[in-house]
Design a protein around this ligand. Structure first.
Ligand code: ADP
Ligand code: AMP
Length: 214
């Protein structure tokens, strides 16, 4: 099964992705995680992407298309994948459509996670991340031991783009550049919208109702 997770920053894509990947055995591919790893390692891609990420802007399409093309050609995605954070623009979606046939892959469903902006601001400002990709929230989803990741024991950190000014810019970028994808995939008849406000496990229950039918 090949899945796209669509939704604004902070809508819970990463949180739900971990549970989806466990249950449905699909490979979780987060472009944000890939870019952050490149930033940490100081690669040329990371150095280029960092300027945009810190400013709350999207990284140029050409860089993301190359990342996805390479990632989807790796053998570990043959059993199915879930893209989290890609596509974020119409040109990225069009590029994906060109890449998939040659790989013998197709999008089965786009899960659109819907959360109002006011809640997104609260979620992003209280988010704490581990470099293994798991995210927590100081109030809504705290780790068992303060400051430590439940999954790997790593130190949690506050993302540099989870500060007030960058959050507002990211939400603006979402509305201008990413939200048009809802229409794009609605026209293709492959989108399912999930109410992403409420209890994390209840939202996962709604997602399983959609995925169990595929
Ligand atoms: P995204 O990957 O879409 O940017 P995350 O999964 O990292 O979003 O979630 C953003 C923040 O909101 C995190 O701090 C996470 O713990 C918290 N969160 C996720 N789902 C919920 C929810 N249903 N209710 C409250 N907080 C949530
Ligand atoms: P995320 O972890 O998904 O919130 O992504 C963090 C940041 O990485 C975003 O704010 C962008 O700067 C960048 N990014 C991640 N995915 C993409 C993408 N598909 N297109 C452009 N920029 C991206």
């Amino acid at each position: 099964m090949d899945i796209i997770l669509l939704g604004p920053p902070g809508s819970g894509k990463g949180t739900q992705a971990k549970m989806i990947a466990d249950k449905y055995k699909v490979k979780h591919i987060s472009t944000g995680d890939i870019l952050r790893e490149n930033v940490r390692n100081g690669t040329p891609l990371g150095n280029e992407a960092k300027k945009f990420m810190d400013a709350g802007q999207l990284v140029p399409d050409a860089l993301l298309v190359d990342i996805i093309k390479d990632r989807l050609a790796k053998p570990d995605v043959k059993g199915g994948w879930m893209l989290d954070g890609y596509p974020r623009t119409i040109p990225q979606a069009e590029a994906l459509e060109k890449i998939l046939p040659a790989l013998g892959q197709k999008i089965d469903v786009v899960l659109n996670i819907d959360v109002p902006d006011a809640e997104l601001v609260n979620r992003l400002s209280g988010r704490r991340m581990c470099k293994c990709g798991v995210s927590y929230h100081l109030q809504f989803n705290p780790p068992k031991v303060a400051g430590k990741c439940d999954a790997c024991g790593g130190e949690l950190y506050h993302r540099s783009d989870d500060q007030a000014e960058a959050i507002m810019k990211r939400l603006d970028a979402y509305h201008k550049q990413t939200q048009p994808l809802i229409d794009y995939y609605t026209k293709k008849g492959i989108i399912a919208t999930i109410n992403g406000a409420g209890d994390i496990k209840a939202i996962f229950g709604d997602i399983t109702k959609v995925l169990d039918k595929i």
